[in-house]
Design a protein around this ligand. Sequence first.
Ligand SMILES: C[S@@+](CC[C@H](N)C(=O)[O-])C[C@H]1O[C@@H](n2cnc3c(N)ncnc32)[C@H](O)[C@@H]1O
Length: 280
Amino acid sequence: MKKIIGANIARYRKEKNMTQQELANHLNISFQAVSKWECGQTTPDVYLLPLIASILGTSVDQLLGYSHNFDGAVITDYEERYKTDEYYWGVKPSRMCLEILRLMPPQNKAISVIDIGCGEGKDAVFLARCGYKVSAFDVTDTGIEKTKRLAEKAGVYVDAFKANIMDFRLEREYDILFSSGVFHYIPPELRGEIVENYQEYTAENGLNVLNVFVEKPFIEVPPDKDQRERCLWKSGELFMLYHNWYFEECLEEVFDCNSGGIPHKHAMDRLIARKIKKIQ
Ligand SMILES: C[S@@+](CC[C@H](N)C(=O)[O-])C[C@H]1O[C@@H](n2cnc3c(N)ncnc32)[C@H](O)[C@@H]1O
């Protein structure tokens, strides 16, 4: 929790173009105290949190890493797109789920998985049906409701909750971290920190199963692009962040897509990386 609060204070402070000294002046404390929070060495006193949140133009929930669009701002167009009864992404699992089954099949001891940006839950529910212990989050209320509904219909449990990838950080280990079609919402300056948190909370020998949309000069902007997307990744950028992990699969592909009913193309880097203990 210390690290989460610290990272969020640093992020919102920088977004406001405020120095540690300026924040400290507002709070009548030393800049060293702010620096210690941001490094995760200490946490602010509880009574200071509402004041810090108001100075930084955020909410206490958001500082704690649990909130989302506290001011009602729409974070993604998918909130609206998921409102129909139909499943925008269908209910067929991603091919990457089959790779999970191959590389780390369900065992007697439950293997824990977290689906980051689970959408309407097709992959989370599939994995739960296969016997994994699945948690899943997305920033949309509609997506989370549909995930729970899909799980209920399949007779399985998925711990589905609403959270924003920008300020939610893992605090417990998972065997498998899975995310499909989501990381382009993370702005470049947050990517290193977020991936570091995901790597830290991956169990030894665990997997990170990820894909990111990448920029290619010969691929046009998709017609149903979410207007709130941040930016595509550079080709190979994801692989670099995992350079000291074991690559089970690593590839870049250009594929056809028909989401939104208009045929278009995407370029994507896919990575399945395993966390292996360092040689001492
Ligand atoms: C392309 S969809 C992929 C959904 C799902 N992973 C799938 O493959 O079916 C992108 C998802 O990212 C979610 N998303 C966008 N911004 C987010 C954020 N800041 N935090 C968490 N999820 C976010 C959207 O709500 C949407 O469900």
